[in-house]
Design a protein around this ligand. Sequence first.
Ligand code: TLP
Length: 340
Amino acid sequence: MKIIDLRSDTVTKPTQIMREAMLNAIVGDDVYQDDPTVIRLEKMAAEMVGKESALFVPSGTFGNQLALLTHTNRGDEVILEANCHIKKYEVAGAAVIAGVQLNSIEGVKGEMDLSKIKQAIRSEDIHFPKTSLICLENATGLGTLLSLDYMEKVANIAKEADIHIHLDGARVFNAATALNVDALEICKHVDSVMFCLSKGLCAPIGSMLAGSKKFINKARKNRKLMGGGMRQVGIVAACGIISLEKMSKRLTIDHENAFYLADKLEQIPGFHVDRERLNINMVFVTVDDNINFPENYSELLFEKGIKVNGYRGEEMRFVTHNDIERSDIDYFVNILKTII
Ligand code: TLP
């Protein structure tokens, strides 16, 4: 039975072309910077986001935490949105690895108020930590987008205060697709960007951290410190090249499938899609209290070959990706109707 997995786009399997590329990849020792496939991937990644250099890292979390470690000094303060991945879902890595304090601002749809950012930047005072970084996320994990105009305004604030900006661009190619721009238009407003190859872009492993040559040289050493110096990793980087060349160009299909899924879910009485957060490949749904929604619904769906995250009475998230077709969506919605 085909498993239809709507939990995340992290579940995507490498494509047949990726599997063949892995088999044929020319490799070397990447800690010696000897792996031609990694070198090619890093060059391509840097160009696509308009930065001087890029570095292959094992995961998105690794790339974000490496960026924090490289941009800051211990005891500095970082400004970011309260619901962002770095704050919420990275196991307090910022405290453990970079040793920084997070100053989070509750945003609206992932967007921090500009005046609140300005207020959060510390002045010179014996009591205060130094504000050394602002982190943004685009697309956000809430399914929303930061506009180019907003990003430019944050960049101007940061420039004035001589602070760097790091972008968690785990889904920057989804953001670029939805905003109908090149990823480099988004990334020109930040000093560093992390983006994932292993989500909608289907690589089995890996993310990229990009920035200035100086920043990436420093990050390369910090990557070693964090245990992320990998050896014949061209075997995986070969998939990343296909992610960038090919898979980054097909994300519209996932987005259109998310809209299709949203339309279908809205036809179920008592189901509500958050339309304002329907921009990329994520559909957020709430269900009216009076709907008889079985608590073990994810188990019931799994019996029919569908994987979703467990329902805890709050919002549900369904994510479309390369392994989800329209017929899978039809099947899922029909099964869902039968169990409620
Ligand atoms: N997000 C995962 C979970 O960790 C929540 C998901 O299923 O969406 N930044 C953003 C915005 C992310 O959404 C994620 C993963 C990461 C960073 C971390 O990437 P990985 O999983 O490669 O460490």
